[in-house]
Ligand binder design. Structure first.
Ligand code: WT7
Length: 661
């Protein structure tokens, strides 16, 4: 399990880590605080027993929390690896997130509290959200969007992003949100894969005070997207943009004269709600498909119980809607629970390094959900930033995206949670749709660094290569029975769905791609990816994708990319590059190549290091030995070199690397 095993050696500033070390040796287990437990939805383990008695009946009870326009006939139809849940039922995701609340005293409750990076803000109540969504839904219909059509969304983190997703859901269109930080090429590839008919974008977005030219990127992308008929543009930054006379429409013009009521489509429970692309090990992104009823059941249930969500909570998930965390815990999970959600457009260090803590103070955030990469960044910046802010409203903290190292966990607990907030370390994936392994904060004793146990209703096992269960010890993490919010496949590629997730154990179990170990108490410790996916600042990037981008450069003959330990980002990208004859290595070439990757994929894939080399270590069959490159890039002694075609290559490379860095 080579990737993402990088926790032990990390440490932040010396002062922070000294106290953390002391704390770690004092306390290894954190039971739920009594005051928290007294008010929690769940305060004992009864629900686990209930779920195990009959897991399908358990999930049916969770599905009943939603509003259905037609009840289902059968809870589960399982033809491995294809599952259908709540077969025969009909419902609409937008109705569940909006309509049902405006018929109650929640009508004027804040749904979204949004703050822009420059400091502007907007609050939308559930009634506001209803009107905005309905108008846009009518606007989309006026542009010919119908049930089943795919709509691409490429926006900054503004309320219109949420409104767009819900408007699609309302009329049965399938949304495909593409992270606003992705490049034109990445957007184009995703639009074309889904054959999206319409794109919703913005003139620009704000990032560290500068304007990100989204419309330019969108124009470049759409120039190569024959399926796109219309582009809708949100005015956000007011910068000058080109408007295509027929194709382009301002969002505000489109919605201006639309009615505030639009009939919601009664969707079949298994109709697609969205496609979301995630990196694959072969380079081509996978369009993960989620359907309506099962997905909504999963996110509704987990938002309520994992975050112990109550009517008076102010919930802030810092993820962008471009990632699954934004879909599930900024939009569908919290809104279906009638939560008040905070949404922040920009960077945590703008204008100062206390922006997040200022936002918590200003809106009285009670539940805060972020990623370990952010927490490590905050650790590095130092405690003076949170110390100067009023954080006493916080009662629960969450972590997602990668294993949280115990040092970061303790820091988060002490300096953000002030020692009184449980931390839910939530393991899940784009593919799983909702959180699957996590504490229940009023029930579970926490161990820093462990995501604890599978949630009620979920069955996960640690297996060895041949499918034998490992009760205590390490192996592959498998999900051994279907769950409602599981992916329904990869868009347009059922074969890849089978081979990626279901091949390892003869089609019986879902292979997560993660390594895990289980301790004597049955706690799960996630060890990271077992394949060649890098996790950079919480984002999955495949080595192949970056390699293809590099090789695309005219000067590059060959490249091999590996993830290396990075104190802040979890992993950073190191690229070994062989140049074509006649090209000169050096700082200029290095910068040029880094920029090329940014153009092809986006800033998140920018290599930290480019190492020029005349040869790359290969096996006799021509497979590049990444394991050895990682050894070199991380300064370790070289592992087994016996399968190499030419073992002198790697020794020479090691010497060269050490001279240069
Ligand atoms: C991969 C999924 C789930 C939303 C964000 C990422 C890693 C995620 C944890 C955690 C250890 C974690 C896994 C997983 N991961 N959460 N709490 N502890 N690892 O979604 O991009 O689909 O990535 O992120 O390796 O397989 P994703």
């Amino acid at each position: 399990m080579p990737m993402r095993q990088r926790r032990k050696s990390r440490s932040a500033s010396p002062s922070a880590s000294t106290s953390v070390d002391a704390l770690l040796s004092e306390e290894r287990s954190f039971p739920p605080p009594k005051t928290f437990q007294a008010r929690a939805h769940l305060s004992n383990g009864e629900i686990y027993k209930q779920a195990e008695k009959n897991y399908q009946a358990f999930w049916a009870r969770q599905a009943q929390e939603l509003v259905w326009s037609k009840p289902w006939k059968k809870v589960l139809q399982w033809n491995p690896p294809f599952a259908k849940w709540f077969v025969g039922g009909k419902l609409n995701a937008c109705v569940n997130c909006v309509d049902r609340h405006i018929e109650t005293p929640l009508r004027n409750k804040a749904a979204l509290i949004w703050e822009g990076e420059p400091g502007d803000h907007r609050t939308l109540t559930y009634f506001d959200l209803y009107r905005e969504v309905n108008k846009l839904a009518n606007g989309l219909k006026s542009l010919g969007i119908k049930k089943g059509d795919r709509v691409a969304i490429y926006l900054p983190l503004v309320p219109e992003a949420v409104i767009s997703m819900l408007a699609c859901a309302r009329i049965g269109a399938v949304h495909s949100v593409v992270f606003g930080g992705f490049s034109a090429e990445a957007l184009r590839e995703r639009i074309n894969d889904a054959s999206a008919k319409l794109l919703i974008t913005a003139d620009g977005g704000f990032r560290r005070g500068a304007i990100v030219q989204l419309k330019n990127a969108a124009d470049n992308a759409v120039a190569g997207c024959p399926s796109i008929q219309n582009v809708v543009i949100v005015r956000r930054t007011n910068n000058e943009i080109n408007m295509h006379p027929v194709r382009d429409h301002w969002y505000h013009d489109l919605v201006k004269n639309q009615s505030g009521h639009c009939k919601a489509e009664a969707m079949d429970v298994e109709d697609m709600l969205f496609i979301l692309y995630t990196s694959g090990s072969t380079g081509k992104p996978k369009g993960i498909m989620h359907t309506t009823g099962g997905y909504l059941t999963g996110v509704n249930y987990t938002t309520k119980y994992v975050f112990d969500l109550k009517p008076d909570d102010v919930f802030w998930c810092t993820a962008d809607v471009g990632w699954v965390t934004g879909h599930s815990y900024l939009v569908y999970g919290p809104l279906s629970n009638a939560a008040t959600c905070v949404m922040y457009e920009g960077s945590p260090d703008w204008p100062e390094r206390n922006r997040f803590w200022k936002i918590i103070e200003k809106y009285g955030v009670t539940i805060f959900y972020t990623a370990p990469t952010a927490i490590r960044q905050f650790m590095k910046w130092g405690t003076q930033w949170p110390d100067g802010c009023e954080l006493s409203t916080l009662r629960l903290l969450g972590s997602v995206g990668e294993p949280i190292n115990p040092e970061a966990w303790i820091w988060y607990h002490k300096y953000i949670g002030r020692g009184k907030c449980p931390i839910v370390d939530t393991w899940w994936q784009t593919e799983t749709g909702s959180i699957l392994i996590s504490p229940l904060p009023g029930v579970t004793s926490l161990k820093p660094g462990s995501a604890t146990k599978p949630l009620p209703g979920i069955e996960a096992k640690v297996l060895n290569e041949s499918g034998k269960e490992i009760k205590v010890g390490g192996g592959y993490l498998a999900l051994t029975r279907p769950w409602p919010s599981m992916l329904r496949g990869i868009y347009g590629d059922p074969q890849r769905y089978k081979s990626t997730y279901w091949n390892r154990w003869g089609g019986k179990y879902y292979f997560t791609g993660d390594g895990a170990k289980k301790d004597e108490d049955g706690y799960y410790w996630l060890l990271g990816r077992v394949d060649d996916i890098m996790l950079v600042a919480g984002h999955n990037i495949s080595t192949m994708e970056v390699e293809s981008a590099l090789v695309d450069h005219p000067s590059v003959a060959e490249s091999a990319v590996v993830g290396i330990t990075d104190e802040i980002k979890g992993q950073a990208i190191a690229a070994f590059v062989t140049l074509k004859e006649g090209n000169k290595p050096g700082p200029e070439a290095e910068e040029d190549l880094k920029q090329h990757v940014v153009t092809k994929i986006g800033a998140i894939a920018r290599p930290k290091k480019v190492i020029f080399s005349n040869d790359l270590p290969k096996t006799r069959s021509g497979k590049i030995m990444r394991r050895l490159l990682r050894d070199i890039a991380e300064g370790r002694a070289l592992g087994d070199v016996t399968t190499l075609a030419d073992s002198s290559v790697v020794a020479a490379l090691k010497v060269k690397y050490e001279e240069e860095t």
